[in-house]
Design a protein around this ligand. Sequence first.
Ligand SMILES: Cc1cc2nc3c(=O)[nH]c(=O)nc-3n(C[C@H](O)[C@H](O)[C@H](O)COP(=O)(O)O)c2cc1C
Ligand code: FES
Length: 644
Amino acid sequence: MNKRRGMARIKSPVELEELRQEILSKRDPNKPCIAICSGTGCHAYGSEKVNAALEKEVKKQGLKAEVDIRRTGCHGFCERGTLVVIYPEEICYVNVQPEDAAEVVRSAKENKVIDRLLYVDPTTGEKVIHESEIPFYKYQNRIVFGNNRRIDPRSIDDYIALGSYSALSKALSQMTPEEVMEEVKRSGLRGRGGGGFPAGWKWQTTRDAPGEPKYVIVNCDEGDPGAYMDRSLMEGNPHSVLEGLTIGAYVIGSHEGFIYVRQEYPLAVENVTTAINQAGEYGFLGENILGSGFDFRVKVHRGAGAFISGESSALMTALEGRVGEPRPKYIHTAVSGVWEKPSVLNNVETWANVPLIINNGAEWFASIGTEGSKGTKIFSLVGKVNNTGLVEVPMGITLRDIIYNIGGGIPKGKKFKAVQTGGPSGGIIPEQYLDTLVDFDELTKLGSMMGSGGMIVMDEETCVVDVARYFVDFLCDESCGKCTPCREGLERMRQVLDDIVQGKGKKEDVELLEELSRVMSKASLCALGATAPNPVLTTLRYFKDEYRAHIEEHRCPAFVCKELVSYYIDPSKCQACLICLRNCPAEAISGGKNQIHVVDQSMCTKCGTCFDMCPPRFGAVRRISGEPVPPPPPEEERVIVRDK
Ligand SMILES: Cc1cc2nc3c(=O)[nH]c(=O)nc-3n(C[C@H](O)[C@H](O)[C@H](O)COP(=O)(O)O)c2cc1C
Ligand code: FES
């Protein structure tokens, strides 16, 4: 960490390069380094204990001078945590436990591979040694997220060693604010927080807007269920966000910035606070940054964890210390934002792209992606997919490539049904669009959106009506209630969908849902209400038959909606093995050793345990929907006579 010459402020690009050389001169690139993921996902798997065990082992084996240990941010493949990568060979170990520490340290020193800790490719059954060869990583292009695994986020020296803060240095010493802005415009960078607004043009609006002071803000609210891209970037590489933010501040002439991060992200708060302090000590923040005469300060603002607070005007109201509610945007926040001053708000990932663009040039950035969507996007790939985690892919990759090549397909040989992109206000995309190119415009054409990068995969056992109800339920709870169309519209939608999944739906409900959607999207105060109908509209568009089945036949084709599903035991197949009876948590099954079992429908909670537990060779428990349960045999006919 910061042990350099009394942490004097760096006053010029030359001094920055000298510092980088000084840091590099003290590091041996061939020295084994054990990089252990300490992101929140691996933390939950016990990475702290693995780290402690590794440190103890290094000491015990007397290898302090020969083996380094680095605690890094999230590597992406969180599902296989705790992840450990041994540099310089980039040997990747998965599911590492504290008891593996001695072997890991020894093998790092001796440059050997521990076979049993390697990732096994489920399709080929082969073990994969190097991280870049694991299919989950192989098809990614981790230009933004890739450094997470190379640095300790609490060490600014790690960040500088990679050549970072050089974009800030270049911008301040070699480029005018206009030139930086033009570079960002030419790169085609669009906001990664949802709307996809071109970043450079937003900066131009704020730069040109009258009023002082001007503010720059990082949106790290990230309220989408299942999404954690921004958290992982903020936890794992906070300096990249700070560097981008400072460059943006230079462009628009801002001297004060905010990082809005939700309180539920304690590690992100901690790491970005450390980063701000270190950047200040080195002279990347504060007065006269890198001797350029430019001053800029940053504060962390902890949000109270409401989905609506991620919306631009609500976030700014919260920053002012008031209740985070949106306001009408006749005037954009870029012109009249925090304290009615011109304010640029960008997403974490948007800011983290800026140093890359300045260092590598607009052409390089624009060479990645599609005509209208440049660069890469980080997605949180979750749901019914074999490999879950964070994936960074070039814009223009297909949904199929993400789900099958990176995600490894659907678990247990089940069939793919749909993928939800864009968070709760996104849409549900069916199988026939799996070859759609993933970019801002193509997803919007399908009625969904890129959003901030949530991607939830669903298999054949998912009921899309229930999924639409889930998201409407979430948005209904998260609506601030300030405007009527959103507040009342969502509540009414929830009631209608609740009725449908309970088999109480009416034919005219579909029309009502469509009408509510129309009003909400036109008349809501902010994008929460305006986009809230997307899950309903896309499921109606692509899965109308399922709505009909629920309403007209009282049938849930996926056997998910409990009120429409029943379980009974086929008397001709029951072997009275007692398994379902013993495992039924509701004690709804009666029977005996030689007696056909019967499910008491009045006690059954439809948990499906009996169905799952019945041995496949018997297949006696039947799951039905949309048809009546056959009556059980009379008591006297339930005895099973077994052959001697
Ligand atoms: C209800 C709602 C929640 C939002 N939450 C977030 C969020 O958590 N993070 C984010 O970056 N943008 C969020 N947005 C989008 C922001 O309003 C804004 O467009 C974005 O932060 C701008 O940054 P960008 O141009 O870099 O995408 C949300 C929008 C709405 C309507
Ligand atoms: S938290 Fe370790 S890989 Fe994501």
